[in-house]
Design a protein around this ligand. Structure first.
Ligand SMILES: [Zn+2]
Length: 554
Protein backbone atom coordinates (compact mmCIF):
# COMPACT_ATOMS: atom_id res chain seq x y z
CA UNK A 1 0.00 0.00 0.00
CA UNK A 2 1.37 3.41 -0.90
CA UNK A 3 1.87 5.78 1.99
CA UNK A 4 -0.08 9.05 2.08
CA UNK A 5 0.47 11.68 4.77
CA UNK A 6 -2.77 13.25 5.96
CA UNK A 7 -0.88 16.13 7.55
CA UNK A 8 2.75 17.18 7.64
CA UNK A 9 4.61 19.55 9.98
CA UNK A 10 6.18 22.67 8.46
CA UNK A 11 9.98 22.38 8.26
CA UNK A 12 11.95 24.88 10.39
CA UNK A 13 15.03 26.84 9.27
CA UNK A 14 18.15 24.67 9.09
CA UNK A 15 16.17 21.60 10.18
CA UNK A 16 17.34 18.21 8.86
CA UNK A 17 14.86 16.13 6.90
CA UNK A 18 15.24 13.38 9.49
CA UNK A 19 14.18 15.88 12.13
CA UNK A 20 11.00 16.95 10.30
CA UNK A 21 10.06 13.30 9.89
CA UNK A 22 10.85 12.59 13.54
CA UNK A 23 8.48 15.39 14.54
CA UNK A 24 5.87 13.87 12.26
CA UNK A 25 6.37 10.50 13.98
CA UNK A 26 6.04 12.17 17.38
CA UNK A 27 2.79 13.81 16.30
CA UNK A 28 1.61 10.33 15.28
CA UNK A 29 2.27 9.26 18.87
CA UNK A 30 5.78 7.98 19.27
CA UNK A 31 9.13 7.49 17.65
CA UNK A 32 8.56 4.24 15.86
CA UNK A 33 9.28 4.39 12.15
CA UNK A 34 7.09 1.37 11.57
CA UNK A 35 4.04 2.94 13.25
CA UNK A 36 4.42 6.38 11.69
CA UNK A 37 5.22 5.30 8.14
CA UNK A 38 3.02 2.22 7.95
CA UNK A 39 5.95 0.02 6.97
CA UNK A 40 6.41 1.96 3.71
CA UNK A 41 9.61 0.65 2.15
CA UNK A 42 10.83 3.97 0.77
CA UNK A 43 10.46 5.48 4.26
CA UNK A 44 13.51 3.50 5.45
CA UNK A 45 15.58 5.45 2.92
CA UNK A 46 14.35 8.97 3.55
CA UNK A 47 13.81 8.83 7.32
CA UNK A 48 17.36 7.74 8.18
CA UNK A 49 19.54 10.20 9.98
CA UNK A 50 22.20 10.32 7.27
CA UNK A 51 23.89 13.10 5.33
CA UNK A 52 22.27 12.11 2.04
CA UNK A 53 18.76 10.70 2.42
CA UNK A 54 17.28 9.24 -0.76
CA UNK A 55 13.90 8.24 -2.26
CA UNK A 56 12.91 11.90 -1.97
CA UNK A 57 10.64 11.59 -5.02
CA UNK A 58 8.61 8.99 -3.15
CA UNK A 59 8.47 11.20 -0.09
CA UNK A 60 7.31 14.30 -1.98
CA UNK A 61 4.64 12.28 -3.76
CA UNK A 62 3.25 11.14 -0.39
CA UNK A 63 2.99 14.65 1.06
CA UNK A 64 -0.45 16.23 1.44
CA UNK A 65 -1.42 18.87 -1.15
CA UNK A 66 -0.21 22.36 -0.27
CA UNK A 67 2.96 21.24 1.53
CA UNK A 68 5.73 23.69 0.74
CA UNK A 69 8.41 21.06 0.03
CA UNK A 70 9.85 19.99 -3.33
CA UNK A 71 12.73 17.56 -3.84
CA UNK A 72 14.99 20.45 -4.74
CA UNK A 73 13.96 22.47 -1.67
CA UNK A 74 14.49 19.49 0.61
CA UNK A 75 17.99 18.95 -0.79
CA UNK A 76 19.01 22.62 -0.59
CA UNK A 77 17.43 23.56 2.74
CA UNK A 78 17.13 20.33 4.74
CA UNK A 79 20.13 18.19 3.83
CA UNK A 80 23.85 18.95 4.08
CA UNK A 81 24.59 18.52 0.35
CA UNK A 82 25.14 22.31 -0.16
CA UNK A 83 28.06 22.09 2.32
CA UNK A 84 29.80 19.62 -0.01
CA UNK A 85 28.85 21.42 -3.24
CA UNK A 86 31.84 23.80 -3.59
CA UNK A 87 34.21 20.82 -3.46
CA UNK A 88 32.39 18.51 -5.87
CA UNK A 89 32.28 18.69 -9.65
CA UNK A 90 29.17 19.70 -11.60
CA UNK A 91 28.77 16.07 -12.59
CA UNK A 92 28.98 14.85 -9.01
CA UNK A 93 26.38 17.42 -7.92
CA UNK A 94 24.05 16.48 -10.74
CA UNK A 95 24.43 12.82 -9.90
CA UNK A 96 23.89 13.46 -6.19
CA UNK A 97 20.62 15.30 -6.83
CA UNK A 98 19.32 12.59 -9.16
CA UNK A 99 20.45 9.85 -6.84
CA UNK A 100 18.85 11.42 -3.75
CA UNK A 101 15.55 11.79 -5.60
CA UNK A 102 15.77 8.13 -6.57
CA UNK A 103 17.21 5.03 -4.99
CA UNK A 104 20.56 6.48 -3.88
CA UNK A 105 22.52 4.02 -6.01
CA UNK A 106 26.29 4.71 -6.23
CA UNK A 107 25.72 7.96 -4.38
CA UNK A 108 28.41 7.60 -1.72
CA UNK A 109 30.83 6.06 -4.18
CA UNK A 110 30.44 8.89 -6.68
CA UNK A 111 30.73 11.57 -4.01
CA UNK A 112 33.89 9.99 -2.68
CA UNK A 113 32.56 10.66 0.81
CA UNK A 114 32.76 7.08 1.98
CA UNK A 115 36.45 7.24 1.18
CA UNK A 116 36.82 9.75 3.97
CA UNK A 117 37.31 8.45 7.50
CA UNK A 118 36.07 11.80 8.77
CA UNK A 119 32.46 10.77 8.21
CA UNK A 120 33.02 7.59 10.21
CA UNK A 121 34.05 9.44 13.36
CA UNK A 122 31.43 12.17 13.10
CA UNK A 123 28.60 12.17 15.65
CA UNK A 124 24.98 13.25 15.99
CA UNK A 125 24.99 16.55 17.94
CA UNK A 126 22.74 19.27 19.26
CA UNK A 127 23.09 22.58 21.11
CA UNK A 128 21.21 22.85 24.44
CA UNK A 129 20.89 26.64 24.04
CA UNK A 130 19.45 26.30 20.51
CA UNK A 131 17.10 23.62 21.83
CA UNK A 132 15.66 25.96 24.50
CA UNK A 133 15.37 28.82 22.02
CA UNK A 134 13.64 26.60 19.46
CA UNK A 135 11.09 25.45 22.01
CA UNK A 136 10.38 29.10 22.95
CA UNK A 137 10.33 30.33 19.37
CA UNK A 138 8.65 27.58 17.33
CA UNK A 139 7.31 25.30 20.05
CA UNK A 140 9.46 22.28 19.24
CA UNK A 141 13.00 21.00 19.60
CA UNK A 142 14.68 19.87 16.38
CA UNK A 143 17.97 18.69 14.88
CA UNK A 144 19.93 21.45 13.15
CA UNK A 145 21.87 20.71 9.96
CA UNK A 146 24.83 22.84 10.96
CA UNK A 147 25.40 20.89 14.20
CA UNK A 148 25.68 17.64 12.20
CA UNK A 149 28.48 18.91 9.93
CA UNK A 150 31.74 17.06 10.54
CA UNK A 151 34.11 18.96 12.79
CA UNK A 152 31.42 21.28 14.18
CA UNK A 153 31.82 20.75 17.92
CA UNK A 154 30.60 24.13 19.16
CA UNK A 155 27.44 25.96 18.19
CA UNK A 156 28.13 28.65 15.57
CA UNK A 157 25.28 30.76 17.03
CA UNK A 158 26.10 30.45 20.74
CA UNK A 159 29.75 29.41 20.80
CA UNK A 160 28.90 26.77 23.43
CA UNK A 161 30.08 23.16 23.31
CA UNK A 162 27.52 20.90 21.64
CA UNK A 163 26.15 17.72 23.17
CA UNK A 164 27.09 14.54 21.37
CA UNK A 165 24.86 11.48 21.20
CA UNK A 166 26.52 8.22 22.26
CA UNK A 167 27.15 6.46 18.92
CA UNK A 168 26.73 2.90 20.18
CA UNK A 169 23.36 3.72 21.76
CA UNK A 170 22.31 5.53 18.60
CA UNK A 171 23.28 2.71 16.27
CA UNK A 172 21.39 0.21 18.48
CA UNK A 173 18.28 2.40 18.14
CA UNK A 174 18.74 3.60 14.59
CA UNK A 175 15.29 2.39 13.51
CA UNK A 176 13.68 4.87 15.90
CA UNK A 177 13.08 8.53 15.19
CA UNK A 178 14.35 10.57 18.11
CA UNK A 179 14.42 14.31 18.76
CA UNK A 180 17.03 16.09 20.86
CA UNK A 181 14.62 16.70 23.76
CA UNK A 182 13.70 12.99 24.11
CA UNK A 183 14.61 11.77 27.60
CA UNK A 184 16.57 8.88 26.09
CA UNK A 185 18.64 11.17 23.87
CA UNK A 186 19.35 13.42 26.85
CA UNK A 187 20.39 10.40 28.89
CA UNK A 188 22.65 9.04 26.14
CA UNK A 189 24.46 12.22 25.23
CA UNK A 190 27.31 14.16 26.75
CA UNK A 191 28.84 17.54 26.33
CA UNK A 192 31.81 17.78 23.98
CA UNK A 193 34.86 18.23 26.17
CA UNK A 194 37.49 20.54 24.79
CA UNK A 195 40.10 22.75 26.41
CA UNK A 196 39.44 26.48 26.63
CA UNK A 197 42.15 27.18 24.06
CA UNK A 198 40.18 25.13 21.50
CA UNK A 199 37.05 27.26 21.54
CA UNK A 200 38.14 30.17 19.33
CA UNK A 201 39.33 27.81 16.56
CA UNK A 202 36.33 25.50 16.92
CA UNK A 203 34.00 28.47 16.76
CA UNK A 204 35.72 29.70 13.62
CA UNK A 205 35.42 26.24 12.05
CA UNK A 206 31.72 26.15 12.95
CA UNK A 207 31.13 29.58 11.41
CA UNK A 208 33.00 28.78 8.20
CA UNK A 209 31.17 25.45 7.90
CA UNK A 210 27.85 27.23 8.36
CA UNK A 211 28.78 29.69 5.60
CA UNK A 212 29.47 26.82 3.21
CA UNK A 213 26.14 25.26 4.11
CA UNK A 214 24.02 28.37 3.70
CA UNK A 215 25.66 30.41 0.93
CA UNK A 216 24.66 28.00 -1.81
CA UNK A 217 28.04 28.12 -3.56
CA UNK A 218 28.66 26.47 -6.91
CA UNK A 219 31.30 23.80 -7.52
CA UNK A 220 34.79 25.32 -7.58
CA UNK A 221 37.78 24.53 -9.70
CA UNK A 222 40.11 22.51 -7.43
CA UNK A 223 43.06 23.91 -9.40
CA UNK A 224 42.06 27.48 -8.67
CA UNK A 225 41.45 26.74 -4.97
CA UNK A 226 44.83 25.03 -4.75
CA UNK A 227 46.50 28.02 -6.37
CA UNK A 228 44.95 30.37 -3.77
CA UNK A 229 45.95 28.15 -0.84
CA UNK A 230 49.49 27.75 -2.15
CA UNK A 231 49.81 31.47 -2.71
CA UNK A 232 48.90 32.05 0.95
CA UNK A 233 51.28 29.33 2.11
CA UNK A 234 54.05 31.12 0.22
CA UNK A 235 53.10 34.44 1.85
CA UNK A 236 53.37 32.79 5.28
CA UNK A 237 56.86 31.52 4.42
CA UNK A 238 55.84 27.88 4.17
CA UNK A 239 57.41 27.38 0.76
CA UNK A 240 60.99 27.60 -0.37
CA UNK A 241 61.54 31.15 -1.46
CA UNK A 242 62.87 30.48 -4.96
CA UNK A 243 61.11 27.42 -6.26
CA UNK A 244 57.71 27.85 -4.56
CA UNK A 245 57.92 24.21 -3.54
CA UNK A 246 56.45 23.40 -0.14
CA UNK A 247 58.79 23.57 2.81
CA UNK A 248 57.47 20.41 4.45
CA UNK A 249 59.25 20.93 7.77
CA UNK A 250 57.85 24.41 8.32
CA UNK A 251 54.43 23.40 7.03
CA UNK A 252 54.37 20.48 9.50
CA UNK A 253 55.24 22.84 12.37
CA UNK A 254 52.60 25.31 11.30
CA UNK A 255 49.88 22.64 11.11
CA UNK A 256 50.98 21.11 14.43
CA UNK A 257 50.41 24.56 15.97
CA UNK A 258 46.82 24.50 14.71
CA UNK A 259 46.12 20.95 15.85
CA UNK A 260 47.64 21.55 19.29
CA UNK A 261 44.78 23.90 19.99
CA UNK A 262 42.15 21.44 18.77
CA UNK A 263 40.81 18.40 20.65
CA UNK A 264 42.71 15.20 19.83
CA UNK A 265 39.52 13.26 19.24
CA UNK A 266 36.74 12.61 16.70
CA UNK A 267 37.29 14.27 13.33
CA UNK A 268 40.43 16.02 14.53
CA UNK A 269 42.15 12.78 15.54
CA UNK A 270 41.84 11.70 11.90
CA UNK A 271 42.95 15.04 10.47
CA UNK A 272 45.93 15.43 12.81
CA UNK A 273 47.46 12.05 11.90
CA UNK A 274 50.76 12.68 10.17
CA UNK A 275 54.17 11.12 9.67
CA UNK A 276 56.89 12.39 12.04
CA UNK A 277 58.15 15.88 11.12
CA UNK A 278 55.92 16.01 8.03
CA UNK A 279 52.51 17.54 7.47
CA UNK A 280 49.51 15.21 7.11
CA UNK A 281 49.19 13.76 3.62
CA UNK A 282 45.87 15.53 3.00
CA UNK A 283 47.54 18.91 3.63
CA UNK A 284 50.16 18.37 0.97
CA UNK A 285 47.55 16.90 -1.37
CA UNK A 286 45.36 19.99 -1.16
CA UNK A 287 48.38 22.23 -1.73
CA UNK A 288 49.90 20.16 -4.48
CA UNK A 289 47.68 17.89 -6.46
CA UNK A 290 44.03 18.71 -6.56
CA UNK A 291 42.69 15.44 -7.83
CA UNK A 292 39.85 13.35 -6.45
CA UNK A 293 37.28 14.68 -4.03
CA UNK A 294 38.43 15.93 -0.65
CA UNK A 295 36.25 16.42 2.40
CA UNK A 296 35.08 20.03 2.95
CA UNK A 297 36.37 19.94 6.53
CA UNK A 298 39.91 19.57 5.19
CA UNK A 299 39.47 22.74 3.14
CA UNK A 300 37.91 24.54 6.11
CA UNK A 301 40.75 23.61 8.48
CA UNK A 302 43.49 24.37 5.96
CA UNK A 303 41.88 27.69 5.02
CA UNK A 304 41.80 28.68 8.70
CA UNK A 305 45.39 27.52 9.20
CA UNK A 306 46.52 29.64 6.24
CA UNK A 307 44.17 32.53 7.10
CA UNK A 308 42.28 32.28 3.83
CA UNK A 309 38.67 33.44 3.67
CA UNK A 310 37.02 30.45 2.10
CA UNK A 311 33.96 32.30 0.86
CA UNK A 312 35.99 35.06 -0.72
CA UNK A 313 38.28 32.37 -2.11
CA UNK A 314 35.36 30.47 -3.56
CA UNK A 315 34.04 33.55 -5.33
CA UNK A 316 37.33 34.77 -6.70
CA UNK A 317 38.28 31.22 -7.69
CA UNK A 318 35.14 30.93 -9.78
CA UNK A 319 35.91 34.20 -11.48
CA UNK A 320 39.58 33.62 -12.08
CA UNK A 321 39.15 30.23 -13.74
CA UNK A 322 39.70 30.32 -17.46
CA UNK A 323 36.20 29.99 -18.82
CA UNK A 324 35.12 31.41 -22.15
CA UNK A 325 37.86 33.62 -23.47
CA UNK A 326 36.77 36.35 -25.77
CA UNK A 327 40.13 37.96 -26.34
CA UNK A 328 42.02 36.74 -29.32
CA UNK A 329 45.29 34.99 -28.60
CA UNK A 330 48.20 36.83 -30.09
CA UNK A 331 50.96 34.45 -29.06
CA UNK A 332 51.43 30.76 -29.60
CA UNK A 333 51.88 30.61 -33.31
CA UNK A 334 48.29 31.27 -34.20
CA UNK A 335 47.22 34.63 -35.47
CA UNK A 336 43.99 36.14 -36.55
CA UNK A 337 42.87 34.74 -39.93
CA UNK A 338 44.54 37.00 -42.48
CA UNK A 339 41.45 38.08 -44.37
CA UNK A 340 39.57 39.15 -41.25
CA UNK A 341 40.65 42.79 -41.44
CA UNK A 342 39.49 42.95 -45.04
CA UNK A 343 36.19 41.46 -43.94
CA UNK A 344 35.62 44.21 -41.38
CA UNK A 345 36.27 46.92 -43.94
CA UNK A 346 33.17 48.47 -45.32
CA UNK A 347 30.86 46.97 -42.68
CA UNK A 348 28.76 49.32 -40.59
CA UNK A 349 26.53 49.45 -37.54
CA UNK A 350 25.16 46.20 -36.14
CA UNK A 351 26.74 44.07 -38.86
CA UNK A 352 30.19 45.45 -38.00
CA UNK A 353 29.47 44.79 -34.30
CA UNK A 354 28.52 41.19 -35.00
CA UNK A 355 31.67 40.67 -37.04
CA UNK A 356 33.98 42.23 -34.51
CA UNK A 357 32.75 39.79 -31.88
CA UNK A 358 32.65 36.87 -34.30
CA UNK A 359 36.28 37.42 -35.30
CA UNK A 360 37.32 37.55 -31.67
CA UNK A 361 36.05 33.97 -31.38
CA UNK A 362 32.75 34.58 -29.59
CA UNK A 363 29.90 32.09 -29.86
CA UNK A 364 26.54 33.05 -31.34
CA UNK A 365 24.81 33.16 -27.94
CA UNK A 366 27.50 35.48 -26.56
CA UNK A 367 27.21 37.82 -29.51
CA UNK A 368 23.43 37.88 -29.26
CA UNK A 369 23.63 38.57 -25.52
CA UNK A 370 26.14 41.41 -25.91
CA UNK A 371 24.40 43.14 -28.81
CA UNK A 372 20.83 42.35 -27.81
CA UNK A 373 20.00 40.69 -31.12
CA UNK A 374 18.67 37.19 -31.82
CA UNK A 375 20.99 34.27 -32.56
CA UNK A 376 19.21 33.84 -35.90
CA UNK A 377 20.25 37.40 -36.77
CA UNK A 378 23.87 36.59 -35.86
CA UNK A 379 23.98 33.51 -38.08
CA UNK A 380 22.26 35.32 -40.95
CA UNK A 381 24.62 38.31 -40.77
CA UNK A 382 27.75 36.16 -40.80
CA UNK A 383 26.49 33.97 -43.64
CA UNK A 384 25.57 37.09 -45.60
CA UNK A 385 29.20 38.21 -45.95
CA UNK A 386 31.49 36.44 -48.35
CA UNK A 387 34.00 34.26 -46.47
CA UNK A 388 32.30 35.20 -43.16
CA UNK A 389 31.43 31.68 -42.02
CA UNK A 390 34.92 30.35 -42.55
CA UNK A 391 36.58 33.28 -40.79
CA UNK A 392 34.23 32.83 -37.83
CA UNK A 393 34.95 29.08 -37.66
CA UNK A 394 38.69 29.74 -37.59
CA UNK A 395 38.38 32.48 -35.00
CA UNK A 396 36.39 30.19 -32.72
CA UNK A 397 38.97 27.45 -33.12
CA UNK A 398 41.80 29.81 -32.20
CA UNK A 399 39.84 31.01 -29.21
CA UNK A 400 39.17 27.45 -28.04
CA UNK A 401 42.80 26.55 -28.56
CA UNK A 402 43.89 29.45 -26.40
CA UNK A 403 41.41 28.56 -23.68
CA UNK A 404 42.48 24.92 -23.61
CA UNK A 405 46.18 25.75 -23.62
CA UNK A 406 45.75 28.14 -20.70
CA UNK A 407 43.71 25.60 -18.72
CA UNK A 408 46.34 22.94 -19.42
CA UNK A 409 49.15 25.22 -18.26
CA UNK A 410 47.35 25.85 -14.97
CA UNK A 411 46.48 22.20 -14.36
CA UNK A 412 49.83 20.78 -15.45
CA UNK A 413 51.43 22.50 -12.47
CA UNK A 414 49.73 19.97 -10.21
CA UNK A 415 48.65 17.02 -12.35
CA UNK A 416 50.26 14.55 -14.70
CA UNK A 417 49.72 15.55 -18.33
CA UNK A 418 47.20 12.84 -19.15
CA UNK A 419 45.15 13.73 -16.05
CA UNK A 420 44.57 17.29 -17.26
CA UNK A 421 41.12 17.85 -18.65
CA UNK A 422 42.24 19.20 -22.01
CA UNK A 423 45.02 16.72 -22.66
CA UNK A 424 43.09 14.59 -25.17
CA UNK A 425 41.79 17.55 -27.14
CA UNK A 426 45.24 19.12 -27.35
CA UNK A 427 46.76 15.77 -28.26
CA UNK A 428 44.36 15.52 -31.20
CA UNK A 429 44.38 19.13 -32.37
CA UNK A 430 47.58 20.74 -31.13
CA UNK A 431 50.10 17.97 -30.62
CA UNK A 432 53.23 19.96 -31.49
CA UNK A 433 52.52 22.61 -28.87
CA UNK A 434 51.57 19.97 -26.28
CA UNK A 435 54.77 17.94 -26.69
CA UNK A 436 56.85 21.10 -26.64
CA UNK A 437 55.19 22.36 -23.45
CA UNK A 438 55.60 19.02 -21.67
CA UNK A 439 59.23 18.77 -22.74
CA UNK A 440 59.92 22.27 -21.35
CA UNK A 441 58.01 21.88 -18.06
CA UNK A 442 58.15 18.13 -17.31
CA UNK A 443 60.57 18.69 -14.42
CA UNK A 444 57.95 20.14 -12.07
CA UNK A 445 56.55 16.72 -11.23
CA UNK A 446 58.06 15.15 -8.15
CA UNK A 447 57.49 11.75 -6.60
CA UNK A 448 55.32 11.22 -3.57
CA UNK A 449 56.79 10.75 -0.11
CA UNK A 450 56.93 7.19 1.07
CA UNK A 451 54.54 6.39 3.88
CA UNK A 452 55.42 2.76 4.55
CA UNK A 453 56.83 3.60 7.99
CA UNK A 454 53.63 5.32 9.06
CA UNK A 455 51.64 2.21 8.29
CA UNK A 456 54.03 -0.05 10.20
CA UNK A 457 53.62 2.02 13.37
CA UNK A 458 49.87 2.25 12.94
CA UNK A 459 49.60 -1.48 12.23
CA UNK A 460 51.16 -2.43 15.55
CA UNK A 461 49.13 0.08 17.57
CA UNK A 462 45.82 -0.75 15.94
CA UNK A 463 46.38 -4.53 16.24
CA UNK A 464 46.74 -4.10 20.03
CA UNK A 465 43.56 -2.07 20.12
CA UNK A 466 41.72 -4.75 18.13
CA UNK A 467 42.70 -7.44 20.64
CA UNK A 468 41.71 -5.43 23.68
CA UNK A 469 38.47 -4.27 22.05
CA UNK A 470 37.49 -7.88 21.29
CA UNK A 471 38.33 -8.82 24.88
CA UNK A 472 36.18 -5.96 26.23
CA UNK A 473 33.27 -6.97 24.00
CA UNK A 474 33.59 -10.57 25.15
CA UNK A 475 33.41 -9.79 28.86
CA UNK A 476 30.90 -6.95 28.59
CA UNK A 477 27.87 -7.47 30.89
CA UNK A 478 24.46 -8.10 29.33
CA UNK A 479 23.43 -9.89 26.17
CA UNK A 480 26.50 -10.91 24.13
CA UNK A 481 27.05 -9.12 20.83
CA UNK A 482 28.62 -10.61 17.73
CA UNK A 483 32.35 -9.91 17.70
CA UNK A 484 32.90 -9.08 14.04
CA UNK A 485 35.15 -6.91 11.92
CA UNK A 486 32.32 -4.40 11.54
CA UNK A 487 31.67 -4.28 15.28
CA UNK A 488 35.31 -3.80 16.20
CA UNK A 489 35.74 -1.32 13.35
CA UNK A 490 32.87 0.78 14.68
CA UNK A 491 34.09 0.68 18.27
CA UNK A 492 37.59 1.74 17.23
CA UNK A 493 36.34 4.17 14.58
CA UNK A 494 38.49 2.28 12.12
CA UNK A 495 35.89 0.65 9.91
CA UNK A 496 36.92 2.34 6.69
CA UNK A 497 40.59 1.54 7.40
CA UNK A 498 39.59 -2.12 7.70
CA UNK A 499 37.72 -1.87 4.43
CA UNK A 500 40.36 -0.05 2.44
CA UNK A 501 43.79 -0.41 3.99
CA UNK A 502 43.86 -3.88 5.51
CA UNK A 503 46.31 -5.05 2.83
CA UNK A 504 48.80 -2.54 4.23
CA UNK A 505 48.14 -3.63 7.85
CA UNK A 506 49.11 -7.31 8.14
CA UNK A 507 49.17 -7.37 11.98
CA UNK A 508 45.65 -5.96 12.08
CA UNK A 509 44.43 -8.51 9.54
CA UNK A 510 45.78 -11.34 11.72
CA UNK A 511 44.41 -9.79 14.91
CA UNK A 512 40.97 -9.49 13.33
CA UNK A 513 41.05 -13.04 12.08
CA UNK A 514 41.85 -14.28 15.59
CA UNK A 515 39.45 -11.97 17.42
CA UNK A 516 36.30 -12.31 15.32
CA UNK A 517 33.94 -15.18 15.97
CA UNK A 518 31.88 -17.28 13.57
CA UNK A 519 28.08 -17.16 13.72
CA UNK A 520 28.09 -20.65 15.31
CA UNK A 521 30.49 -19.56 18.04
CA UNK A 522 28.43 -16.46 18.64
CA UNK A 523 25.18 -18.45 18.91
CA UNK A 524 26.79 -20.88 21.32
CA UNK A 525 27.94 -17.96 23.47
CA UNK A 526 24.48 -16.35 23.39
CA UNK A 527 22.83 -19.66 24.37
CA UNK A 528 25.23 -20.13 27.30
CA UNK A 529 24.36 -16.62 28.44
CA UNK A 530 20.60 -17.32 28.02
CA UNK A 531 20.88 -20.50 30.07
CA UNK A 532 22.67 -18.66 32.88
CA UNK A 533 20.06 -15.89 32.81
CA UNK A 534 17.13 -18.33 32.97
CA UNK A 535 18.74 -20.26 35.82
CA UNK A 536 19.46 -17.03 37.62
CA UNK A 537 15.85 -15.90 37.27
CA UNK A 538 14.67 -19.36 38.38
CA UNK A 539 12.73 -19.89 35.17
CA UNK A 540 12.44 -23.22 33.46
CA UNK A 541 15.22 -24.00 31.03
CA UNK A 542 13.86 -25.53 27.84
CA UNK A 543 14.71 -25.27 24.18
CA UNK A 544 12.18 -22.61 23.22
CA UNK A 545 12.85 -20.44 26.29
CA UNK A 546 16.58 -20.65 25.58
CA UNK A 547 16.26 -19.51 21.96
CA UNK A 548 13.73 -16.83 22.81
CA UNK A 549 15.95 -15.37 25.52
CA UNK A 550 18.95 -15.54 23.24
CA UNK A 551 16.95 -13.85 20.45
CA UNK A 552 18.05 -16.36 17.85
CA UNK A 553 16.01 -18.68 15.65
CA UNK A 554 16.48 -22.37 16.36
ZN1 LIG B 1 23.25 27.01 19.77
Amino acid sequence: MELKFHFFPAAFPDETLHSVLSRYARLCGGHSRKAAFAGDRAAISYTQNVAFPCRLDDLVRSLPPGTDLSVSKIISCHTVLPYYAPFLTDDQMQHARTSMSGDGKWLMLKLGVNASRIEGVSRIRFCPACLNEDVDRVGAAYWHRVHQLPGVLVCPHHGDALRMVDPSWYSRNSWQLHLPDDAEVQAHSHQVSAGLEAFPVLHQIALRSMQLLTLDLNPLSPVAVQACLLHRAAALGLTQSKSQRLDLGRLAEHMAGVFNALPAAWEYSVLAESPAHLPATWVTKLLRKPRHTHHPLKYVVLAIALEVDLVWLSRSATLSMPTVTRALPISAGYSRPKFSDDLLEGLEGLTAGVFKLALSGSEARQISAVLGVSQVFVYRTIRGVDGGSQAWREARFVSELHRRRTAFEVEYGCLQAHQCKDYMWLYRCDRAWLSGYIARHGGIHTSRADNTDTFAVLDEKLADQIRSCAQTLRVRAGKPVLISRTRIGRELQALSRFEKQLHKLPLCATALEQACESIEEFHARRLRWARAKLVNEQRSVNRSALYRTACIRP
